[in-house]
Design a protein around this ligand. Structure first.
Ligand SMILES: *Cc1c(COP(=O)(O)O)cnc(C)c1O
Length: 409
């Protein structure tokens, strides 16, 4: 449709796809049902013609947002969900079966890790590997391996998996490659650029950006040959195979499980997404400056941020993300620092669990998001007991550096 750049395309997407009365936003459609003047049309929509029937399966407002996510990821098509977890659950539960094997990065979002327990109860076998090392991913391969799952930037450790190497290997092995791109966002790196088959984005994070709406999305990059995937039900094996995977995710995952994005949330996310590139650029620049400042502080033991030369995957991150490194960092304070005293003295940093917000957020990791996991698993995942996770926002950088320094004393 257009060869415009990232932001231009998003800004003009609704208008170009058509809105009433020249509205520049797709309206918020509250209707639960969509009526048809002719029986033939009603039947056609039920039998696969594009259109709307019942809002659990989408509305014009969610479809307009999906078109934007598809543009951002330079993908084929997108299905939206109520949350990022809704999107991930739909992918795993509709594309894996009892007896299948999943290879996953061991450095993953805590709730995804918890969801894996559910998958295991249903008879899916999972091998967790250090996906920064392609050899470990390859060594986990079994005859029944169906899927490889990684996150583009690991939360909170900031490890950067060998995204492109895994993509090439999955292509040669004909394995489904699912990338959770939430923390880098398609602005830093599209799933297709590293060979992913499906990309999951939590829209609640940077893409929405304002912490005022939850959402999730699955985008098909168009790179995977679904005709060779054994878990596609016969009923979805018709027409162009390029659409089979997302059709099954939409029917079995969205329609049957019902984790639908509301039109209202879709509108708020779409408005936030207009400035994704501007906000990400600022947040990434802030994060780098803050990481550099923190790493010079005598009471900071360690800063993990891919933009620092000291980061083990610094060069890989530079190649993948084009010279910006995301807004997330893990910081270990010196043992002598009273962790809670430090946190309670912060005035600009917000003590909150969210990520990818316009505001800078901080969390003591072991006591919160990884509390349920216990100390043994935490140590295995490389999570120190006095580690902070910081999601850097778009504030004025001097205010962030000053706040951190005054709280540390
Ligand atoms: C937050 C997050 C999710 C889940 O998204 P929700 O919208 O909160 O359900 C999944 N993956 C990653 C990497 C996340 O940061």
């Amino acid at each position: 449709m257009s060869t415009n750049g990232f932001t231009t395309t998003i800004l003009h997407s609704d208008r170009r796809l058509g809105t009433e009365c020249g509205a520049v936003h797709k309206p918020v459609h509250p209707s639960a049902q969509y009526a048809f003047p002719q029986a033939e049309e009603l039947v056609a929509v039920f039998q696969g013609k594009s259109g709307f029937s019942y809002a659990r399966q989408g509305t014009p407002t969610t479809a307009a947002l999906e078109a934007k996510i598809t543009h951002m990821e330079a993908g084929l098509n997108t299905v939206s969900f109520a949350t990022g977890m809704g999107a991930l659950a739909a992918v795993f539960l509709t594309l894996l079966k009892q007896g299948d094997h999943l290879i996953s990065s061991q450095y993953i979002f805590g709730n995804t890790n918890s969801l894996f327990g559910t998958l295991q109860n249903l008879g899916v076998t999972i091998t967790l590997v250090d996906a920064t090392d392609l050899e470990q991913v390859r060594a986990a391969r079994r005859p029944e391996t169906r899927m490889v799952f990684v996150e583009s930037l690991a939360n909170p450790g900031t490890y950067v998996a060998d995204l492109a190497g895994i993509g090439e290997w999955c292509a040669s092995e004909k394995l489904l490659y699912v990338l959770d791109n939430t923390l880098s966002t398609p602005w830093l790196c599209t799933g297709g650029s590293v060979g992913a088959s499906l990309v999951v984005n939590s829209l609640s994070k940077h893409i929405g950006g304002h912490a005022n709406a939850l959402g999730g999305a699955v985008t098909d990059t168009g790179l995977f040959d679904w005709s060779a995937y054994p878990n596609i039900a016969d009923v979805y094996r018709s027409g162009n195979p390029a659409g089979w995977g997302l059709t099954q995710i939409k029917k079995k995952g969205l329609r049957d499980m019902g984790g639908t994005l509301s039109s209202d949330a879709a509108h708020r996310i779409a408005a936030g997404a207009e400035t994704l590139a501007l906000r990400m650029a600022k947040a990434c620049d802030n994060a780098l400056a803050l990481a550099q400042s923190m790493s010079r502080h005598p009471r900071v033991a360690r800063v993990s941020y891919p933009g620092l030369d000291s980061h083990p995957q610094h060069e890989r991150a530079t190649q993948l993300f084009g010279g910006r490194y995301g807004a997330l960092m893990a910081v270990e304070l010196d043992d002598t620092v009273d962790l809670f005293g430090f946190l309670n003295r912060l005035q600009v940093f917000v003590l909150a669990t969210h990520l990818g917000d316009n505001r800078t957020l901080v969390l003591p990791v072991a006591h919160t998001i990884y509390h349920e996991m216990g100390p043994v698993l935490r140590a295995q995942m490389g999570i120190a007991e006095n580690q902070l996770r910081i999601s850097v926002g778009i504030e004025d950088i001097d205010d962030l550096i000053q706040d951190f320094d005054q709280a540390l004393g």
